[in-house]
Design a protein around this ligand. Structure first.
Ligand code: PMP
Ligand code: GLN
Length: 386
């Protein structure tokens, strides 16, 4: 009989993700799920038709390892138009199973045991396990969830001779902050000075508010030459379930990246790659997204006004953080559970994005929902007894 006593966890501190936990609780409680970040709406009928067309026309076998060429070409064109940097479809663009795979493979490509990677907290939950599974050591620079700007002096002092990379995310989940050009130039200066790689998670690149511009690592040459830029169509086209993402990186970095990608998944879902490639021909399909979500952010903020939350309007992403420090002393995990059970509205406790939760009393709400859902959730939150 096999004894599980020999089973030694590679991720002893990791349990089920907070997204799964809160979605499960929301379902159990029949609560409105503003927790896990996914759009409530369908992807466009045109994109559905394209997917259907390519499934029916037989594009159902393995795609090339690096991805369908028409999709790589479309990404190259789109990135060039947005950033002025040209990634070569043959050697610098790889289609991945969501940004999650791109991020994992990027980390795996560069991290050797004992290497340090600088991670900003609050951090998306896949970063640290990816680093640890590869024998790396995350070094945290902690940011207040309502922060205004990055403390670059703290970043500089976190760099040691073991540091190989800095991992960034703009627009940022969960704070909704968008890095400025000054931030990106500070990053470039430090990365150049210490010869570091950058892993740039830009999955919310098309969701920025109030006239801001997303400053991609691709747009700054000193960053582009050292960056693994990870993107996803899940957020952009309301297709999180398609798990279609990509990694853009200079040819030498991409060659090493692909060595791992080919043995992790080999290639990713073929008909959807063709469909997205064709859909990308019309830039309005992604350039209208910021206005669409800005209206949702404003609707949510207006609807929760007067409850007593403190909230700095999100600058990008489809998340709004709110501080409840004026309303309750409860910790955020307890409160998120209570609100799911009593108010029937699920949210994410922001402490889940910290290795060492610092006691910020902040919840994250996802507003990628219909207007009715947003208004109904706000109505329920209004009735909470604090
Ligand atoms: N990075 C961030 C910041 C995210 O919020 C997400 C998903 N919500 C991902 C990466 C993963 O993207 P994908 O679903 O394409 O794997
Ligand atoms: N990225 C989504 C969020 O932040 C969740 C994705 C997941 O469930 N892994 O809510």
């Amino acid at each position: 009989m096999f004894s599980t006593s020999r089973l030694k966890s590679k991720l002893p501190h990791v349990g089920t993700t907070i997204f799964t936990k809160m979605s499960r609780l929301a379902e159990e409680q029949q609560a409105i799920n503003l927790a896990q970040g996914f759009p409530e709406f369908h992807c466009s009928p045109e994109l559905q038709k394209l997917a259907d067309k390519y499934i029916r026309s037989g594009k159902n076998q393995y795609a090339p390892m690096a991805g369908v060429m028409s999709l790589r070409e479309a990404i190259s064109k789109k990135t060039w138009e947005a950033s002025g940097h040209e990634y070569h479809p043959e050697t610098e663009i790889t289609i991945t199973s969501g940004a999650t795979e791109a991020l994992y493979v990027a980390v795996s490509t560069i991290v050797h045991p004992g290497d340090e990677i600088i991670v900003f907290e609050p951090a998306y939950d896949s970063y640290v396990p990816a680093i640890e599974l590869n024998g790396g050591v995350p070094v945290f620079v902690t940011l207040d969830p309502q922060y205004e700007s990055v403390n670059w002096a703290a970043v500089a002092s976190a760099i040691t001779e073991r540091t190989v990379a800095i991992m960034i995310n703009t627009p940022h989940n969960p704070t909704g902050n968008v890095w400025t050009e000054t931030d990106m130039r500070q990053l470039a200066a430090l990365a150049e000075q210490h010869n570091l790689y950058v892993i740039s998670d830009e999955v919310y690149e098309h969701i920025v508010f109030d006239g801001r511009r997303h400053i991609s690592a691709a747009s700054i040459p000193a960053l582009a030459e050292r960056t693994f830029l990870c993107g996803s169509f899940g957020k952009t086209f309301h297709t999180t379930g398609w798990k279609l993402g990509y990694c853009l990186a200079p040819a030498a970095l991409t060659a090493e990246f692909r060595k791992i990608h080919q043995f992790l998944v080999f290639s990713v879902v073929t008909p959807f790659q063709f469909a997205v490639a064709e859909y990308l021909n019309e830039p309005a399909h992604y350039l209208t997204l910021s206005a669409f979500y800005q209206q949702k952010r404003d609707l949510f903020l207006n609807a929760i006004e007067g409850i007593g939350f403190i909230s700095k309007p999100s600058q990008g992403t489809f998340f709004q953080n709110v501080s409840y420090e004026n309303l309750s002393d409860e910790n955020d995990v307890t409160l998120a559970e209570r609100l799911t059970k009593e108010a029937k509205v699920a949210s994410i406790p922001v402490s889940a994005f910290y290795a060492n939760p610092a006691g910020y009393q902040t919840l994250r709400f996802c507003f990628a929902k219909s207007d009715e859902t947003i208004l109904s959730a706000a109505e329920k939150l209004r009735k909470v007894v604090w």
